[in-house]
Design a protein around this ligand. Structure first.
Ligand code: ADP
Length: 484
């Protein structure tokens, strides 16, 4: 009974009779009050009192118009039914009824406004709560008491640690995180988001290691409960694995780069030396013939010259063998997917781009992208082109570098484009020539190493003008069937 009345009032307040329904309501409630009044007549004369509910009900359920009608009808009914002593008495009573009823109606409307506002507030709070619940369900958070024992876990935290709420509640958080020290965490500056935040080792029941960063906030538990700190947990295991892999790949690429550069330099030297050595051999051959012609005096000189000639030719042979070895290479080609090789490079490319403040766009079509390649060598070739593209684009206002890969008729083509100053298409040969560089600290070997690598894969390197405005270097590799 104690709750039934407020509920009835709330239910009534929630309804609203508008337009003709409001006026209908006024007429019906006045009629009901007249009936009530007639029923009460044997007990005495109540004047306007039995009519008050008509005004209140109409005000509660409708608007000022119908409420005015209910008051006016009540006065009319009262005046016509109740005999009065004089006009003054009639008017004074009617005015009093009007004032009291209108005051009650105003109170009803104020109550309705408050009720509506409270409803809107409750809905907003419910929405916020729903959002908070959704966020908390997705974020690993553990609530601890002062002693560092678990009070609650969000579903994401339970999933991360591989435990259920029931198993975990009441146990010390140090069972899930090695050497956990709540006071140290709470008093440390909130630097959980920084890269040098302390990393904690987590334990899962299945033995899987976890690397975590933790951030704690002391809860403002006004209810005097036992919730003390909310610890937000970030799993950095995958990020660490990815960084380690990126660093390893980077080191591997650097090694290959040094080997390739050394090889290229040796090949260049071999090329440069081979020709003068051969010429020297021819001259010595000629001088031996001269000595033979000019007499026996030349016999010993001729022997020495023969020896010199043999040595020089041997040096030439060694150099030629070295060059053959270097240029034909010994890359072990295997079936590889271009998309996977580029995907592996993503962290290194991101690092390269980040250093220059450029985002390297990657768009590789992973369909029919199998080629024969030596993974690291291929990646080295792509990195060389990207490094050049970044350096070329860096001098522009809004630098763009993109790597794209498409299947072409009989092969697969990977293009590295930029919006730098570009290179005239027919200058490819001159920029590729070893030791050609326009950079103060350049070695002028990148493009020639790249071409050597591409050609050792049975492919070709092409230079075009990019739609972005700069250079477009394209590596075309035969498709797997052709290469096989
Ligand atoms: P390095 O980068 O050491 O100079 P490379 O053989 O890689 O050696 O490049 C040779 C030259 O080709 C560079 O110095 C540069 O002038 C030119 N070059 C290479 N790539 C680009 C590019 N994407 N845009 C403009 N010029 C380029």
């Amino acid at each position: 009974m104690r709750t039934a009345l407020p509920r009835l009032i709330t239910a009534m307040v929630d309804r609203s009779y508008r337009g003709w329904r409001g006026y209908g309501l006024a007429v019906v409630s006045v009629a009901a009050c007249v009936v009530l009044r007639t029923a009460l007549e044997p007990f005495g004369q109540f004047y306007y009192l039995p009519m008050v509910p008509a005004a209140v009900i109409t005000a509660l359920l409708s608007r000022p118009g119908p409420t005015g009608l209910a008051i006016a009808l009540s006065i009319a009914v009262n005046v016509s039914i109740v005999p009065r002593e004089g006009l003054t008495d009639t008017v004074v009573n009617a005015v009093l009824f009007l004032a009291v009823s209108w005051l009650l109606a105003e109170l009803c409307w104020a109550q309705r406004r408050i009720h509506r506002r409270a409803g809107a507030l409750a809905r907003t709070l419910a929405d916020r709560n729903a959002v908070l619940d959704t966020v908390l369900a997705a974020v690993p958070v553990v609530i601890l008491d002062r002693a560092g024992r678990i009070r609650r876990l969000t579903p994401a935290a339970a999933l991360l640690f591989g435990v259920t709420n029931t198993e975990a509640v009441g146990s010390p958080f140090s069972r899930l995180v090695e050497d956990f020290d709540l006071q140290a965490l709470v008093s440390s500056p909130a630097d959980g988001a920084t890269e040098d935040a302390r990393e904690w080792r987590g334990r899962r029941p299945d033995g899987q290691p976890l690397l975590l960063t933790l951030q704690a906030g002391v809860t403002a538990d006004t209810a005097g409960g036992e919730d003390y700190a909310a610890v937000s947990v970030t799993d950095v295991t995958q990020a660490r694995v990815a960084t380690t892999r990126a660093l390893e790949l980077d080191a591997q690429l650097n090694r290959v780069w040094r080997l390739n550069s050394l090889g290229q330099m040796a090949a260049t030297l071999a090329h440069e030396l081979n020709q003068p050595l051969s010429a020297a051999a021819s001259y010595m051959h000629a001088s031996r013939r001269d000595i033979e012609r000019t007499g026996p005096l030349g016999e010993s000189a001729g022997r020495t010259l023969d020896l010199a000639k043999g040595e020089v030719l041997r040096a030439g042979g060694i150099i030629r063998r070295m060059r053959d070895l270097l240029t034909t290479g010994s890359a072990a080609l295997e079936l590889q997917r271009v998309s996977s090789m580029i995907e592996d490079l993503r962290p290194s490319l991101r690092l390269l781009g980040r250093d220059a403040g450029i985002e390297v766009r990657i768009d590789i079509d992973g369909r029919a992208d199998t080629v024969l390649a030596e993974r690291i060598q291929f990646q080295q070739a792509v990195i060389n082109l990207v490094r050049n593209a970044i350096e070329a684009a860096a001098c522009t206002h809004d630098p763009v570098v993109s790597i794209s890969g498409r299947r072409t008729g009989d092969g697969y083509e990977i293009s590295v484009e930029d919006n730098g100053p570009g290179i005239p298409a027919n200058d490819l040969e001159s920029v590729i020539r070893p030791m050609t560089t326009s950079k103060a600290n350049g070695m002028g070997l990148g493009l020639s190493v790249t071409r050597t690598i591409v050609e050792s894969h049975g492919g070709s390197l092409r230079l075009d003008r990019s739609a972005l405005g700069g250079a477009a270097f394209s590596i075309r590799l035969p498709q797997e069937e052709r290469a096989a």
